[in-house]
Write a protein that binds this ligand. Sequence first.
Ligand SMILES: *Cc1c(COP(=O)(O)O)cnc(C)c1O
Length: 422
Amino acid sequence: MAQNFLSKKKLLKKYFGQFGGQFVPELLIKPLRELEENYIRLKLDKTFNNTLNYYLEKYAGRPTPLYFARRLSLYLGGAKIYLKREDLCHLGAHKINNSIGQALLAKYMGKKNIIAETGAGQHGVSVAAVSALFGLSCKIFMGEIDAKRQKSNVARMELMGAEVIKVKSGSKTLKDACNEALRYWAANFDDTYYLLGSVVGPHPYPTIVRDFQTIIGKEAKRQILKAEERLPDYIIACVGGGSNSIGIFYPFLKSEVVNLIGVEAGGEGLENFDEKVCQENIKENKMRKNCLKKAKHGATLNKGTKGVFQGSLSYVLQDNFGQICQAHSISAGLDYPGVGPEHSYLKDKGLVKYFPVKDSQAVDAFKLLTKLEGIIPALESSHAIAYAMVLAQKLKKEEIILVNLSGRGDKDIDIVNNYGKN
Ligand SMILES: *Cc1c(COP(=O)(O)O)cnc(C)c1O
């Protein structure tokens, strides 16, 4: 009967300062513990790591280049801008790094099925791909409304052999898909692995996803040292859940010379737009759900307050009743009312600075990079580029900015072309 439990001190840290934890139903404690113990074991396993490196190289296309954006830098007339080209990864974004890592974990843990939730479908496609790659059956939970909005991603997932389960409960979007996936996992964890897409959710997911994305920062460090023989002055990355940013930041966190900057979705501006309506509704005693604030942004670290969301304690966009706000961003990947708990810690410690960038600025940056360099950035990544453009002009020519170009923007061309037209 005796389970071979690891001693307490060998487990991973459950909290980042006060943030993180496991705020989940009792039923999920056991599978989370199983995941943690297996992860600790496999992290040190030579075969696991060799296999992981093999697929990162041969399937995902790593290492990705570090590219000096010469014409962009010249145009801005300030610091040198380097781009870490995660847009060149298989499927066009950094998400594949984590998907390969976790799908291999699942395989080594003997799981036969993979489940995941997806909003815009980017994470779903990446999970469907690695499930095909490793011969695992795959179910993707997606809100019915999101599935309608993202038909081509649904088709991609289905062609890769995944079953897309359209969730009809609640608002029929991402958070309902999350709830449904968790319910399914609680009933099926014996043979099913839940593959989370960012550094969010209950412990140990934020740590596992961070570790798999740290490859970005490790490569970038080696590459910038080779190109410039010194570390960069700034590293800039966009923050949705926070995985591409923590991935590039992590190997530089202890450096005192590198300034780390996370860029959040400023949307249409940082004011929470129906605050007034909300106050009036309260006065008139209308239903409390009418008071739910709709944010015009996704700037969780700039405007959020501490709260529990999706299994961990972090900053979150919520109204006075603790109801989660609907976030807004022109980019699907940043349109999220929560943020990974480690970012909340890094913000409070002052180790990383977080700034908002608006939709309109992201669109301008998208167009400028495309025109000057022939590189179409994802709208998510365009937020980081927009911040870098403003900063570069204030810096000296010998200073260096490294931007994480988290993904490619082919998916966003219609959005950019239609922006401001209605
Ligand atoms: C999903 C996505 C993001 C946001 O997710 P993080 O976990 O914050 O990295 C950013 N950029 C691209 C290209 C994405 O696909």
